[in-house]
Design a protein around this ligand. Structure first.
Ligand code: URA
Length: 233
């Protein structure tokens, strides 16, 4: 059992003081009934919601990682360095996994969490969460590539991609925004344009933007604002 205000504050979304105000205002439900007592002891597994939105159970962790190249996105892979190997001891056995995958040679933003339902929701094909990649290619990018991306590129095996946005940055670099996540999608899209990917980095995942202050291999918990935005997604 733990105090209700503490349980809300543990999500990182509210301070203890804000949590107490929410509770006293009658905006918090425990087990389906309003609870206006901040000190109330609640079971750690009891469903708690604020304004009708479920809040993560106690112990949920949400980390933003700047994945470096050379590290795999799975949690266990013999002979490989995994994203979990980049984290401290205290994060090793709490069920963290990456919400989505980046190739071993792809860098950039990865959300690590042990909140299965949230990760599932973000990754569900129907969620169409925006993913923005910075890409450099071997070859010269032009308006024809932008238009092809907007129409939906056919991959080598005939699979059609959803329309994607492409913003040209230089002759050989661009931002590409995808709303789906097919296997090796950016690389296959560029290959089908005859311009193979030379470098790939994810800079945005839904409402999260890679914190450029994080060095490669660096990580930090999501801020309260980031977590709120992700939960709302
Ligand atoms: N598309 C790719 O080709 N690779 C990634 O890692 C992510 C998107």
């Amino acid at each position: 059992m733990e105090r209700l205000d503490k349980r809300l504050a543990a999500t990182g979304r509210w301070s203890r003081k804000e949590a107490r105000e929410l509770i006293r205002a009658g905006r918090v439900m425990v087990d389906g009934a309003p609870c206006r007592v901040p000190e109330a002891k609640v079971d750690e597994q009891a469903p708690v919601s604020v304004d009708g939105a479920a809040i993560p159970a106690h112990g949920m962790v949400y980390l933003m990682l700047h994945k470096p190249a050379g590290v795999v996105s799975s949690t266990v892979e013999p002979g490989e360095r995994t994203v979990l190997d980049l984290l401290g001891e205290e994060y090793q056995n709490i069920g963290l996994f990456p919400a989505g995958r980046l190739d071993k040679d792809t860098e950039g933003l990865l959300l690590l969490t042990n909140d299965g339902p949230l990760a599932h929701r973000l990754l569900a094909p129907k969620s169409h969460v925006d993913k923005v990649y910075y890409v450099e290619v071997d070859g010269v990018l032009g308006q024809d590539d932008v238009m092809a991306a907007q129409e939906g590129i056919a991959l080598g095996d005939g699979t059609m991609c959803l329309p994607a946005d492409m913003e040209l940055l230089s002759r050989n670099s661009a931002y590409i925004t995808l709303r789906e996540g097919k296997y090796h999608q950016v690389k296959r899209m560029m290959a089908s344009r005859g311009k193979p990917v030379a470098y790939l980095k994810r800079v945005r995942f839904g409402p999260l933007t890679l914190d450029e202050r994080l060095p490669k291999g660096g990580w930090r918990p999501l801020t309260r604002e980031e977590l709120e935005a992700v939960v709302r997604q």
